[in-house]
Ligand binder design. Structure first.
Ligand code: 3PY
Ligand code: MG
Length: 256
């Protein structure tokens, strides 16, 4: 993957399975990249991944030949800048619920004149072999600002969020969405209400000419999301994949 390929391929409609690192372990990003994931995300929101480890995960993933992306913690402008400075080609911002949240996100993820991202891409030029003027020229159109829709409020404001021309794609958090839509009664993305919401979001994103991604907690859900038109599909994070692989290996040895 060369810098900028990720956004070009997503805008061309390609389905790209997304590797997801939820451990403070750069090696896990490398294993996912070498296993064939062409794009790998470091999750700073729900994993103990701080900025130094995030930058190491990005460098390792890029050196292994894949594109790196990052989910920063909630409304953390500093982490958005650090992720992009480290060479991430996309930032997935959690809980973008309103048009104002989307504007806030664009402000911190794009350089002027679009936003106010601060200049300091030492890691990105080193990791991707670019010059500073190259990066100034291509940064805004190569990096994707991906807003998470994961609440009832965000679904109500979807047209306005998608209407922001600098929000490049949407990522669905089906767990939070299920919790929000059921008023805290359930956390199963496979329930009808969550599946119907995922279908509705995929259609709205497609109609807006943008790309959509989603986290799948089970394999059959990953396949259902692909049918709905999702492109960036996470088939479980590193810990979930290790757990499944460990159980399969044990059961074949124990015959159970
Ligand atoms: C969710 O399901 O809420 C997520 O944020 C997935 O990462
Ligand atoms: Mg979430």
């Amino acid at each position: 993957m060369t810098f900028g390929d990720l956004r070009r391929r997503l805008e061309a409609g390609e389905v790209m399975p997304l590797g997801w690192v939820s451990s403070p372990e750069p090696i896990n990003g490398v294993v996912l990249a070498k296993a064939g994931f062409e794009v790998v995300c470091a999750d700073m929101q729900h994993a103990p991944i701080g900025s130094e480890t995030m930058a190491e995960i990005c460098s390792s993933v890029i050196a292994a030949g894949a594109a790196a992306i990052v989910r920063p913690p909630l409304f953390n402008a500093g982490a958005i800048g650090s992720a992009l400075d480290a060479g991430a080609e996309a930032v997935i911002a959690p809980m973008i619920n309103t048009a104002e949240d989307a504007e806030w996100f664009v402000k911190w993820s794009k350089f002027p004149p679009v936003g106010e991202r601060s200049w300091g891409p030492a890691g990105v030029v080193r990791n991707h072999g670019l010059t500073l003027p190259d990066y100034l020229e291509i940064g805004n159109r190569s990096v994707s600002s991906i807003a998470m829709i994961e609440t009832r409020e965000a679904m109500g404001n979807m047209t306005a969020i998608l209407g922001n021309p600098h929000i490049d794609g949407i990522f669905v958090g089906p767990n939070d969405l299920c919790v929000s839509l059921t008023g805290g009664e359930a956390v199963d993305p496979g329930t009808q209400i969550a599946m119907d919401a995922a279908t509705e979001i995929a259609k709205a994103v497609r109609d807006a000419g943008k790309f959509a991604g989603i986290f799948a907690v089970r394999e059959e859900l990953a396949l259902a999301y692909k049918e709905m038109g999702y492109q960036l599909i996470v088939p479980g994070n590193d810990i979930m994949l290790l757990d499944r692989g460990a159980k399969a290996a044990l059961s074949s040895l124990k015959g159970g």
